[in-house]
Design a protein around this ligand. Sequence first.
Ligand SMILES: Cc1ncc(COP(=O)(O)O)c(C=O)c1O
Ligand SMILES: *[C@@H]1O[C@H](CO)[C@@H](O)[C@H](O)[C@H]1NC(C)=O
Length: 502
Amino acid sequence: TTAFLRTCCVQNIHSVKIGAFWTSVTKLGLHTKPRMPPCDFTPEKYQSLTYERVLEIHKQHLSPILTAYFPKPLLLHQGHKEWLFDYEGNRYLDFFSGIVTVSVGHCHPKVNAVAQKQLGRLWHTSTLFFHPPIHEFAEKLSALLPEPLKVIFLVNSGSEANDLAMLMARAHSKSTDIISFRGGYHGGSSSTLGLTNVGPFKTELSSGLGCQSTMCPDVFRGPWGGSHCRDSPVQTIRKCSCAPDCCQAKDQYIEQFKDTLNSSVAKSIAGFFAEPIQGVNGVVQYPKGFLKEAFELVRERGGLCIADEVQTGFGRLGSHFWGFQTHGILPDIVTMAKGIGNGFPMAAVVTTPEIANSLAKSVLHFNTFGGNPIACAIGSAVLEVIKEENLQENSQEVGTYMLQKFAELRDEFEIVGDVRGKGLMIGIEMVKDKMSRQPLPREEVNEIHDNCKRMGLLIGKGGIFAQTFRIAPSMCITKPDVKFAVEVFRSALIQHRDRRAK
Ligand SMILES: Cc1ncc(COP(=O)(O)O)c(C=O)c1O
Ligand SMILES: *[C@@H]1O[C@H](CO)[C@@H](O)[C@H](O)[C@H]1NC(C)=O
């Protein structure tokens, strides 16, 4: 078995398993299965539960499997950098990193060493006592944020961070109403569900009192959009007659925002939440300048502006460390999670001393696990690795290269409607055809998705109609990884075309 696993490590074994499947591709002129870049890591031998037993236990004792990807869910065993290994030893290129979370790579040796050291030293103290990891981390993280964003609250998840940010905005403004975009995802707790406006996550039960949604300025799918609206190396296929320094789409969407302010909220509002680029909604980008104007309008009403950097932070967008910087704006509150801990559960809210004091005056905020020694030690190690390994620069370089490669596939295939994003946060929106921009039916999207997995590539999905592929790998990926991913995706598109032609 060991020899078997070692072989798998060098070359994924799917070529054997799906030989028949492969033949149809060969007919189309693709002579070989895309070849994975090499990896010198050998996973441990899998000695745990059988696949069948896992399915049984899952069905009996875990929340319904609905959200699992693939008709045959993937049973993973081990991770190394951008690679994942399943229970059979098959290797996969992980281009979704546990939903935009494993920021510096699976089981990064430096992060692992720091975590192990802290595990043997001290696990938990609560906020009743001090421990240096929290102070070391606070100093490192605050150094990465502009004045006056210097006060940090540590919690355990993105939803908790946004819950706290909602409370802060209300405590500071002494108002209730909060606005967020349609298509925005800010968490699944009962209060953040009011901010989240992605249909399937909404419940019939009352939740999110005082939250109002506003039109998402989506320059690909929305009513307005043109040929240089967004901050991305790739623009939409829509044409416009705007001069380079103006954007009519932006102006139209700002009118919609004003309409929301005039019609749906009180004169004084608590705040406005926005992801610098929407993640769950399929990497949706707004027109340049939109957030800047929207922030001004919100502040005129006494509201605070909150940037949800849960997906966009920590260098992923390449050009900047934080997503808000790409819009030239300064938020009042920044929330962060996911990539902050490379997969360890931790999150943070950063704000100004003034807003922090408003919260302190109005409520005793308490969180048992927030800022625990292990999380903080890991958080510091992650920040060091991002810096030492130039991962922000790598996101910029490899991400821009990948965007350009995928843009070529958009020109080649009618069903690839849009390619967008920045750095290593990329969306590929699938359509029936470019003219209608109607979403490609779910079954077809799923076939392509599953097909990529069979060839060894894991990518995500998003969008209200689950029509957009999402790519957000660990920031340590290389250009050969990208070449492989683009070849696999292209092959999956060719196979899709072949199936439909029959
Ligand atoms: C932008 C954004 N905010 C908040 C959250 C909620 O984070 P968590 O799942 O850690 O509660 C998510 C999760 O996907 C997210 O993408
Ligand atoms: C909003 O109200 C202001 C007056 O308070 C008005 O000037 C403006 O045209 C309105 N805008 C929209 C889009 O409703």
